[in-house]
Design a protein around this ligand. Structure first.
Ligand SMILES: Cc1cc2nc3c(=O)[nH]c(=O)nc-3n(C[C@H](O)[C@H](O)[C@H](O)COP(=O)(O)O)c2cc1C
Length: 198
């Protein structure tokens, strides 16, 4: 056995997990969302900067505004998902660094005084955290439907403000037990295609 993780957990997180296109009507609770955060917050980021921010789109009025900004193929599943979250990168993450990085006092000004540097760092590290988040959703026995198809700049203006850079919209819920709940599994690259040894 090459992997330490229990095979059932491997299936839950990866082999059997799918990007959801349809969800059951079962609600997602705040308790579940808190449990997901309390797990995936331990995923690593550079300088422990933790730039991911999550905006839950809850009211019917807010959901309508979001759906209007998504591409046609993403509208219906977002209108009916139990929970929809906008994931973004906080370009002002450095304001938390004194607390998040006690090992390097002053890192905030030493490394992140300039906004373009912060934006690059926030984007790449929040993307990492978005991946941890999707796997965390699966760890809760739920399914995620991440989407970038839509007017992401419009989503920033409508929901986020100047300091948050939009990454993706994610529908979250229990995957429906019906035809079309997910697309057929597409091929993945082999070890040989991905790895190079030098
Ligand atoms: C960042 C990101 C953006 C995506 N955007 C969309 C999208 O706009 N619409 C959509 O239907 N699927 C979208 N997907 C879903 C991918 O196509 C799907 O995750 C991938 O094909 C794997 O599918 P599987 O989990 O069923 O194997 C997106 C996935 C990711 C991670």
């Amino acid at each position: 056995m090459s992997l330490a993780l229990d095979p059932a957990a491997q299936d839950l997180l990866f082999r059997e997990a799918h990007t959801a296109q349809k969800f059951s009507s079962e609600p997602v609770t705040e308790e579940q969302l808190r449990a997901i955060h309390d797990l995936v917050k331990f995923g690593p980021t550079a300088f422990n900067q933790s730039p991911l921010r999550v905006t839950l789109v809850q009211s019917p009025e807010a959901r309508e505004r979001l759906v209007a900004l998504l591409s046609d193929g993403n509208k219906a599943k977002t209108a009916s998902a139990p929970v929809t979250a906008i994931l973004s990168a906080d370009a002002e993450f450095h304001e938390e660094l004194d607390v998040l990085l006690p090992a390097i006092p002053g890192a905030k000004d030493l490394f992140f005084a300039e906004r373009p540097v912060r934006e690059r760092s926030a984007l790449s590290n929040a993307q990492l955290q978005a991946a941890y988040f999707i796997i965390g959703v699966r760890a809760a026995g739920l399914a995620a439907g991440p989407m970038t198809g839509g007017d992401m700049e419009g989503i920033r203006k409508e929901f986020l403000g100047d300091d948050h850079l939009p990454l993706m919209v994610v529908n979250i819920g229990r995957i429906a037990e019906e035809e079309g709940a997910h697309y057929p599994r597409a091929p993945r690259l082999s070890y040989e295609q991905v790895f190079t040894t030098v």
